[in-house]
Design a protein around this ligand. Structure first.
Ligand SMILES: [Zn+2]
Length: 261
């Protein structure tokens, strides 16, 4: 498995980092996780071929995680994409996403490729390709919107994920409501990718101790938080520091990487 970080910024638009997104490559399948505002430029900047992306998974519907989708689909159309593209979306958001794409004038008959929408539910294993799968769990990031959700029956969902292939295992926190959401999965993984906007620096150390992943990768880093986060990491003893990575746009994880930056 290889993971390339296309964006590592927070919800605040920045000139230093694109919004959070990464590409998981496994078993000859490339899965894009999240596609917020500016994703098409982030992909170009990292020299990734738009049409090498086989599928897209969306963690939740804040603008920094999904709103670049119409632009991305348009780039694929302009490049006369022929391969099918799959979008994995939670079942409660499928109708909205289909409408969103339709209202972006991306009509199925007028694009050059087959766009498949696969809906899934939490806690059910979804096979992405032969040896590559994920499971999602509901986190509390959107609990603050419960009032609107129950009034309009919209089924808002913010998800955390566990990914696995025949080489590696990964947890991605998605955007969380609090540090408690870091412990939704019991699995011990190679890489724990966590956002840093809705947790404290100290929570990272607790996570390392309690969940014991090989490495923790910090992302969703706001401009104001980048310096204190880096200073915090630098202050740690070497054996801990070497297991905590501050991701940056273009950072790549693979089974051979050294872990130290
Ligand atoms: Zn976010």
């Amino acid at each position: 498995m290889k993971i390339k970080f296309l964006g590592t910024g927070s919800g605040q638009t920045s000139l230093n980092r694109f919004h959070s997104s990464f590409l998981i490559s496994s078993s000859e399948h490339n899965l894009l996780v999240d596609c917020g505002d500016g994703i098409s430029k982030a992909i170009l900047k990292q020299n990734v071929n738009f049409n090498s992306i086989d599928s897209i998974l969306i963690s939740h519907f804040h603008a920094d995680h999904f709103s670049g989708l119409p632009s991305l689909l348009t780039q694929m159309k302009l490049l006369s994409r022929k391969n099918d593209l799959t979008i994995f979306v939670h079942s409660s958001e499928k109708d909205f996403l289909e409408d969103f794409i339709f209202h972006s004038y991306l009509f199925k008959e007028r694009i050059t490729f087959d766009l498949k929408m696969i809906s899934f539910d939490v806690e059910i294993e979804i096979k992405v390709s032969e040896k590559f799968c994920f499971v999602s769990k509901l986190n509390s990031h959107l609990d603050k919107y419960k009032k609107y959700d129950s009034e309009y029956k919209l089924g808002f969902t913010s998800l955390s994920f566990y990914f696995k292939d025949d080489e590696n295992s990964v947890i991605y926190s998605g955007d969380v409501g609090s540090e408690n959401d870091l412990y939704l999965f019991d699995q011990k993984v190679d890489w724990f990718i966590t956002e840093t906007t809705h947790i404290k620096k100290e929570n990272v150390l607790e996570l390392l101790e309690k969940s014991d992943p090989k490495e923790i990768i910090l992302t969703h880093i706001g401009d104001d938080f980048a310096k204190p986060l880096n200073e915090f990491r630098q202050s740690l003893p070497n054996h801990i520091k070497s297991r905590i990575i501050l991701a940056f746009d273009g950072f790549e994880l693979n089974q051979y990487h050294s872990g130290c930056l």
